[in-house]
Ligand binder design. Sequence first.
Ligand SMILES: Nc1nc2c(ncn2[C@@H]2O[C@H](COP(=O)(O)OP(=O)(O)OP(=O)(O)O)[C@@H](O)[C@H]2O)c(=O)[nH]1
Length: 203
Amino acid sequence: MAHELSYTNPAPAADTETDDRRAAIAYHVREILRLLGEDPTREGLLDTPVRVAKMYEEMLEGMWMQPEDVLTTTFAERAEGPVIVSDITFYSLCEHHLVPFFGQAHVAYLPGDRIVGISKVARLVDAFSRRLQVQERMTEQIAQAMDEVLRPRGVIALVEAEHTCMCARGVRKPGSRTTTLAARGLYATDPGLRDEFLRLIRR
Ligand SMILES: Nc1nc2c(ncn2[C@@H]2O[C@H](COP(=O)(O)OP(=O)(O)OP(=O)(O)O)[C@@H](O)[C@H]2O)c(=O)[nH]1
């Protein structure tokens, strides 16, 4: 569905809103601790609710990042071959269980008239991983944003991840990995380019 790829997120909250939100989340975490039979006033748990609130702010900071603000530094260069940024480690938060999934993203593009600063590709992965996510949507969003902002001849994103909701709980299959792939432009139509990409990232 189109809206799933939307990058339109709330604008960053004002400081007072951030403070209010942090206090409200901490309040609810304290209640969860109580419901779990814990004593939230004991020393080890005293600061936990605020820590958890800050953790969500950090792990979800991509919610307030727009791809066009991330893919900022570009240079007028023509490169015939692909640019591949591989093994970009990311941590995301599964929207079904609110536990992490993490792994590596590999992104390649065939530049149009401009190349992008390579660190910006890793920043883009952060912008989409640090949200409540599913792996398929995250992969599509990376490819889509590269395509829309940079207008390359082609782009491909491959994400490999371990989901703690599958490893530490539920079906309990540690070590299982999920791979997702999204392609646009020439990478969507030319199997040879896909094969080259997979060979160059050694998968
Ligand atoms: N496709 C996809 N599924 C995901 C992702 N993250 C978590 N899931 C799955 O979301 C599903 C949620 O299933 P439910 O049956 O509603 O939840 P559950 O009872 O906790 O399921 P189990 O994990 O099988 O115990 C599970 O199959 C998860 O493995 C993801 O990124 N992509």
